[in-house]
Design a protein around this ligand. Structure first.
Ligand SMILES: [Zn+2]
Ligand SMILES: [Zn+2]
Length: 556
């Protein structure tokens, strides 16, 4: 008997963590499925957890395995956690990419700004458009979010329709771009929705997130009432916020100066795609010095305290064109992403040190999240009425809260899964049926390495225990031909009694070699191992920690 077609889903990133979103949907008979991928994002570097790693990306082994059956990559929107890994990973797989106009234009601008990035074609899909990929028909549905053109996908298959929400919120007045397409989502509910695969980011937060328009009103007041210069920092891709700041500035007769490359780039893309229509041209940083103090608003990059971004340089009084002084006002129209608190505080303290007033979301409604809180999630379940629900885009706590909410609201089947789980959505009772290869890749300088490789683990060990390097020259009888050469890196200079560790290592090496039986001394590997053990032990005896130890034996 021939096996029936099935519809499956597997997250390869972003489920059980925030960032590096990548999902696949498969349709067909067992081992003969066609696949589509949704999003290909990054997580930002690990900082102290992953020293030297700039970006973390999902492993695409599974996509490479299924290369022949992979019909395309669909992008929901242009946030880095959804499209940031394409430039690095697409050349390995070269699948067709589909995105709406703003996402495509933003990607192209980013690619052009990256030296040596390859040509990567994107098929542009109009808002509300539908594409056909093998057994899948994928319809884009507009959702409001913190970037223009966030799309949910209605993935239609012979076994039913899946709503992949992407990142969304309910905002009837989003400042730019269409509001969440309630009518289409209600219609989907009436047609019958098999499964909802949904954004869990804010599932722990009660109520609903305020509108972007309320933030615009607060910004307008804060800018109009500012006695002197105003600088506003926000996420560069947040075009609605950029527009709100510009409108607030022009309303009180101020010019807008754009500072920072990412902000310049997004302004350009937003103008090309019509999202800044009706907004006068921005001024360049060079004009800043000529504008009266009460006639200017700076829009700066650096809301996350990035040390090379505009605001950090301004705070350190090290920006070539932009300076702030006592009486000026800086507004953080952003939220500090967990992990960035230290660097953001450094910038805030630098500004306050210069007598600048700093306003953040702690005291004023100068930022709202782009993700749905519980009332919004509840509303969507009411419209769509899915038979199956799979929480994604979140850490375990967010996923669990989202799942519990769905159960409480009476969704018949809720399937909790993690990166690498293969979920059968239909036919039959939905659930995890298999595993697919999954993992992480690190961007380390110009290279992409596997997370399982020892590179970063070694680097972390080095950071804690330092390294000793020992070179020993032995003659043919196994006697040391000269004093050993040693080097110590990252190890204290002396022990508690004031003896130098260099001396301790020298003595340990000499004694170890002398005490080895003659036969063993002729075997360089054996000598090296004995020296390594002795040196590590010798240092640990007074330091309490064992360093890494590299031993080279030269026979002369
Ligand atoms: Zn997003
Ligand atoms: Zn996201």
């Amino acid at each position: 008997m021939q096996k029936a077609d099935e519809l499956v889903f597997a997250p390869l990133g972003g489920v059980g963590e925030i960032g590096m979103n990548l999902s696949v949907y498969g349709y067909g008979r067992e081992r003969k499925k066609s696949w589509i991928a949704v999003d290909l994002g990054v997580s930002f570097g690990g900082g102290e957890d992953l020293p030297g790693v700039d970006l973390v990306m999902p492993d695409i082994r599974f996509l490479l395995q299924e290369r022949k059956n992979l019909l395309g990559l669909i992008l929901t929107h242009g946030h880095e956690d959804h499209f940031g890994a394409i430039i690095d990973l697409w050349p390995r797989i070269k699948m067709p990419i589909y995105a709406t106009p703003f996402t495509a234009a933003l990607f192209e601008a980013k690619r052009e700004a990256e030296p040596g990035a390859p040509e990567i074609p994107i098929n542009v899909v109009p808002l509300g458009g539908t594409i056909k990929l093998g057994p899948f028909e994928v319809e884009f549905v507009s959702m409001s979010h913190s970037i223009p053109e966030s799309n949910a996908l209605i993935i239609k298959t012979p076994l039913g329709k899946v709503l992949h929400t992407g990142d969304w919120k309910l905002d009837p007045t989003p400042v730019v771009g269409p509001a969440t397409d309630e009518a289409r989502l209600r219609a989907l509910g009436a047609e019958g929705c098999l499964a909802l695969v949904g954004d869990s980011t804010n599932a722990v937060r009660e109520g609903r997130s305020p509108s972007e328009t309320e933030v615009a009103a607060t910004l307008a007041k804060l800018i109009a009432e500012a006695p002197q210069r105003v600088a506003v920092t926000t996420f560069a891709s947040h075009v609605a916020r950029v527009r709100s700041v510009a409108e607030a500035a022009y309303a009180c007769g101020r010019e807008v100066v754009v500072v920072g490359r990412a902000m310049e780039r997004i302004s350009q893309v937003a103008r090309e795609t019509g999202y800044l229509d009706g907004i006068a041209d921005f001024r360049s940083a060079q004009t800043y010095g000529y504008l009266p103090r009460d006639k200017v608003v700076c829009l700066c990059t650096g809301s996350q305290g990035e040390p090379r971004a505009a605001l950090a340089r301004i705070a350190a009084d090290a920006h070539p064109e932009i300076g702030l002084t006592k009486g000026d006002r800086v507004i953080f129209s952003s939220r500090t992403i967990p992990g960035n608190e230290k660097v953001v505080n450094r910038v805030i303290n630098g500004l306050i040190g210069q007598g600048v007033e700093v306003i953040t979301e702690r005291t004023h409604l100068v930022h709202v999240s782009g993700h749905p809180r519980r009332e919004e999630l509840t509303e969507l379940f009411g419209w769509v009425k899915p038979r199956v629900m799979i929480p994604v885009h979140g850490e375990p706590l967010h996923l669990a809260e989202h799942a519990a909410l769905a159960r409480k609201l009476g969704v018949p089947d809720v399937v909790g899964c993690r990166d690498g789980d293969l979920v059968r959505i239909a036919p039959g009772p939905p659930g995890i049926v298999d595993e697919v290869p999954q993992g992480r890749l690190y961007k380390d300088g110009n290279l992409i390495i596997e997370a399982e490789a020892r590179t970063v683990a070694d680097r972390k060990r080095l950071a804690f225990v330092g390294v000793v390097s020992v070179a020993v020259a032995l003659d043919e009888t196994g006697v040391m031909a000269a004093d050993p050469e040693i080097a110590l890196i990252g190890i204290p200079e002396t022990n508690a009694k004031g003896r130098s560790f260099a001396e301790i290592v020298m003595e340990t090496v000499a004694e170890t070699v002398e005490h080895l039986p003659r036969a063993r001394r002729r075997d360089p590997d054996s000598v090296a191992e004995a020296v390594r053990r002795a040196v590590r032990g010798g240092i640990a005896a007074s330091w309490g920690k064992k360093p890494l130890c590299l031993v080279h034996i030269l026979t002369v």
